[in-house]
Design a protein around this ligand. Structure first.
Ligand SMILES: Cc1cc2nc3c(=O)[nH]c(=O)nc-3n(C[C@H](O)[C@H](O)[C@H](O)COP(=O)(O)OP(=O)(O)OC[C@H]3O[C@@H](n4cnc5c(N)ncnc54)[C@H](O)[C@@H]3O)c2cc1C
Length: 407
C-alpha cells in the first residue's frame, strides 16, 4: 500500500482529500492529519460582530466534512522529515508517506497578542480572527458610542486580506444605522502604501473608503501598542490615539513547518509558483495559506490550487506531468449597505472592470459595487459546505481570465 498524507484538514486540505480520494488507485490510501475536532468557516468571522448569529453557525464537526474514503488522523503534527519521509504526530508512532501535501494554513498570533496585552485584551483592544475574538468584538461594538475606532494591520501577510476593509465598511453601516456615525471616526492603518496590491483595485477601494469617510494611515508599520495610554506607535515614530482598537494579529506558518526546517523566516513554505511543489522536494505539494507565494491568502486561492494539486497528485501517481497554477484568486469585498464588489486576478494580472465569469454576459461585474455581488457573496457560505469542501468543481474558470490588465 502507498500513502498520500495531507497535513491540515482546513479549507485546502479537505478539498484535496475529498477530491483525490475519488480517483486514487486502489493501492493508495488517503489520510489527513488535523487535531481540531471542528471545521470553522473563517470568512464568516467578519460578519459575526455585526449580525446576531451564534458562533455555532460557522462550525461543523470535522468528520462531517471528510469523505468516508479519507482516513482522518486526529493528531497534531510535530515534525516532518523529508529525507526519511516520516511524520511525527502526537504520542503515536511516526507516519510514513509516499506523497505529502502541506495544507497547515497560517496562524494568526492571537495568543501572543493577548498575553502581551494582559488585562487590556478584550476590553478596548480586540481581534476579529478567532470565534471568541469576533464575539467579544460584537459586545464592544454594542457598547461603543463615540470616539476613534482603529483597525490596524500587521507587517506580515494575513489571511482574508479583504477582512479589515470589510470590518470598517460594516462598522460604517452599523454606526450610520444607529445615528452615531458623526461621532465615530473610522481609521485603517496599513503597513503598505496602497490599500490593495493592484493599482486599479486600490483606486476603486480608495474611492469607496473616502466616500464612507474612512481615513487610511499608510506605510504605518505597528511598532508599539500602549493600551494604558490608548496609543499605537508606528516604526517611523507616528503615534495614533484610539478609543477602540481592532488589531489583526501578525501571521506565521504552522510551528511544525519551522521545526522541520521547511519554512521561511515567517514559517511559510517556499513553494514553486507553477507546480505548487515545495522547493527542492518533488514528493511534497503545498497549497492554501501555508505557501510563501505572492498571492493573497484566500479560500478562493486554496480552491483553485486544490484543483491543480489534486490533478498533479494523480498525474504523479500515473507518471505524467504536473498541472500548473497561474496565481488565480477571486475575492468579494463586502462594502456594507447590502453591496459588495468582486476582484479577480492572478500572477502578473490584476482586476480590470468588466463582466465575470463570462465575457460579455457576466452576470457579475468586476470592480463594481452592487447588490448582485453581495448576494453572490452570501451564497458562498452554503456553497462552501455543500460544494467546495466536498471537492466539487464550480462553474468559474480555473485560470485567470486573460483579458485582465497586466500589473
Ligand atoms: C477573518 C477572515 C476572513 C476571511 N475572508 C475570506 C474571504 O472573504 N474570501 C476568501 O477567499 N478567503 C477568506 N479568508 C481566508 C480563508 O479562510 C483561508 O485562506 C483559507 O481557510 C485557507 O485554507 P487553508 O486550508 O490553507 O488553511 P486553514 O483553513 O486555516 O486550515 C489549516 C488547517 O491546518 C491545521 N493544522 C495547523 N497546524 C497543524 C498541525 N501541527 N498538525 C495538524 N494540523 C494542523 C489546522 O487545524 C487547520 O485545520 C478569511 C480568513 C479569515 C480569518
Amino acid at each position: 500500500m502507498k500513502h498520500l498524507v495531507i497535513l491540515g484538514a482546513g479549507t485546502a486540505g479537505t478539498m484535496v482529500a475529498n477530491r483525490v480520494s475519488r480517483s486514487v488507485p486502489h493501492d493508495w490510501s488517503v489520510s489527513v492529519v488535523d487535531p481540531s475536532p471542528r471545521h470553522l468557516y473563517q470568512p464568516g468571522l467578519v460578519a459575526l460582530p455585526f449580525d446576531g448569529r451564534g458562533a455555532e453557525a460557522l462550525e461543523r464537526p470535522r468528520a462531517a466534512t471528510l469523505s468516508s474514503r479519507v482516513h482522518w488522523i486526529q493528531e497534531e503534527v510535530h515534525a516532518v522529515d523529508p529525507t526519511t519521509r516520516r511524520i511525527t504526530v502526537g504520542a503515536g508512532s511516526p507516519l510514513r508517506y509516499d506523497l505529502l501535501v502541506l495544507a497547515s494554513g497560517a496562524v494568526a498570533g492571537v495568543d501572543e497578542l493577548a498575553r502581551s496585552l494582559d488585562g487590556h485584551w478584550g476590553q478596548a483592544v480586540h481581534e476579529p480572527y478567532s470565534l471568541p475574538g469576533a464575539l467579544s468584538l460584537r459586545n464592544a461594538l454594542e457598547r461603543f458610542q463615540e470616539g476613534r475606532l482603529v483597525v490596524s494591520l500587521p507587517a506580515t501577510p494575513i489571511k482574508g486580506p479583504a477582512a479589515p476593509l470589510e470590518l470598517l465598511f460594516l462598522a460604517d453601516e452599523l454606526f450610520t444605522r444607529r445615528g452615531r456615525r458623526t461621532r465615530v471616526e473610522l481609521v485603517l492603518t496599513t503597513p503598505d502604501a496602497a490599500v490593495w496590491p493592484g493599482p486599479q483595485a486600490a483606486h476603486v477601494l480608495d474611492g469607496l473608503l473616502q466616500r464612507r469617510g474612512i481615513t487610511v494611515e499608510r506605510s504605518f508599520v505597528p511598532a508599539a501598542l500602549e493600551p494604558g495610554e490608548r496609543t499605537l506607535r508606528a516604526a517611523d515614530g507616528r503615534t495614533l490615539s484610539w478609543d477602540l482598537l481592532i488589531v489583526i494579529p501578525p501571521h506565521r506558518g504552522a510551528p511544525f513547518v519551522t521545526r522541520s526546517g521547511l519554512g521561511d523566516a515567517l514559517g511559510f513554505v517556499p513553494t514553486a509558483p507553477d507546480t505548487l511543489r515545495a522547493r527542492g522536494l518533488d514528493d511534497v505539494f503545498v497549497l492554501g495559506d501555508a505557501t510563501d507565494l505572492p498571492v493573497g491568502k484566500f479560500g478562493s486561492v486554496a480552491y483553485f490550487q486544490s484543483r491543480i494539486v489534486s490533478e498533479s497528485l494523480l498525474h504523479t501517481i500515473q507518471g505524467r506531468a504536473s498541472e500548473t497554477f497561474d496565481g488565480h484568486m477571486s475575492c468579494f469585498v463586502e462594502s456594507g449597505r447590502g453591496r459588495a464588489l468582486l476582484l479577480d486576478g492572478g500572477y502578473g494580472t490584476e482586476t480590470a472592470p468588466g463582466p465575470f465569469p463570462l465575457p460579455w454576459l457576466g452576470p457579475l461585474r468586476l470592480l463594481e459595487e452592487n447588490r448582485l455581488s453581495h448576494w453572490t457573496h452570501q451564497a458562498l457560505e452554503p456553497l462552501y459546505w455543500w460544494a467546495l469542501l466536498p471537492g466539487h468543481t464550480l462553474p468559474i474558470p480555473r485560470r485567470t481570465p486573460r483579458r485582465q490588465a497586466p500589473t
